[in-house]
Design a protein around this ligand. Structure first.
Ligand code: SF4
Length: 275
């Protein structure tokens, strides 16, 4: 495993890179096999990473694989528990599509003031999610877990990324999330590379196929396939209204949408009271 320099401009914390990558990658993902250049490596090996982690205010677990894949869950637990023991003010920024093991939920509950926890819920269509994200937990299991975490006092941020608007009614997702106590979410329609777009087009699901066919190539800050600006702007605006009407604060991730800065509530700098 490795600890590497920050990968995103919105938060200045190093990233944890696991050796065990996602075995059944999401159709839209091109990060699961990304390597890190030697110049960006801060530490290597379990012991080396553990020793270095506590020097930082926090770390991102994990942009290039899911840190709660069964093959990574024990190591993630041990790294976070031991780093908190050395530096109680350390803040892990955890993003997952998996069900977090019970013992780690207990650990997170005991340290909830030093944690930023993001759980991905891109839409409610179980069949589409099982095709788009074949190695991840069912949406129903993620929702049960989110409720449990919120009931334990953890402020879960729901990540709606990439959002292909597959639910028949744009209000269904925020209404469902509001019912289980979600107060904050972040959304992005994503930028796909050619291979990932083709994988979606070649899937056996019409909703996924149609979503991929709507994407156009853009030479923006990040080259790739995305929705045309006007469509993206209108769709994200509708999402912001739908989430707000359900009582959930929704921000749009700036990484793929810098061209929408003037018209939508973009998240340009990662702000969180624990961070
Ligand atoms: S779980 Fe995350 S890192 Fe793994 S394939 Fe899916 S999007 Fe990529």
């Amino acid at each position: 495993m490795k600890l590497a320099k920050a990968m995103y401009s919105c938060h200045d914390v190093p990233v944890v890179i696991f050796d065990n990558r996602c075995g059944a990658p999401c159709l839209y993902c091109n990060l699961f096999n990304q390597t890190v250049s030697r110049n960006n490596i801060l530490a290597t090996g379990d012991k080396g990473v553990l020793k270095k982690l506590s020097d930082f205010k926090g770390a991102y677990f994990s942009p290039t694989t899911d840190c709660f894949l069964p093959a990574n869950a024990s190591l993630t637990h041990a790294l976070i528990a031991r780093t908190w023991a050395i530096n109680p003010r350390f803040v892990p920024l955890v993003v997952t599509k998996q069900v977090i093991p019970d013992k780690t939920i207990q650990l997170f509950t005991q340290n909830k003031e030093n944690l930023v926890l993001q759980i991905s819920v891109p839409n409610l269509d179980e069949e589409a999610v099982s095709i788009l994200e074949p190695g991840t937990a069912k949406i129903s299991d993620r929702l049960v877990m989110i409720k449990r975490l919120i009931d334990n006092g953890i402020k879960v941020i729901v990540v709606v990324m990439p959002w292909f608007n597959l639910d028949e009614d744009i209000n269904l997702l925020p209404q469902k999330l509001a019912k289980i106590g979600v107060a904050k979410a972040i959304i992005d329609t994503g930028v796909l590379q050619n291979k990932q777009r083709d994988q979606m087009i070649n899937s056996n699901n019409q909703l996924i196929k149609q979503a991929a066919l709507k994407l156009v190539f853009s030479n923006g800050k990040k080259n790739g396939y995305t929705l045309p600006r006007n469509i993206r702007n209108n769709l994200l605006r509708k999402a912001v209204i739908a989430f707000n009407e359900s009582g959930i604060k929704l921000v749009v991730c700036t990484a793929d949408n810098p061209d929408l800065e003037d018209s939508l509530p973009l998240c340009t700098e990662f702000k969180h009271h624990n961070f």
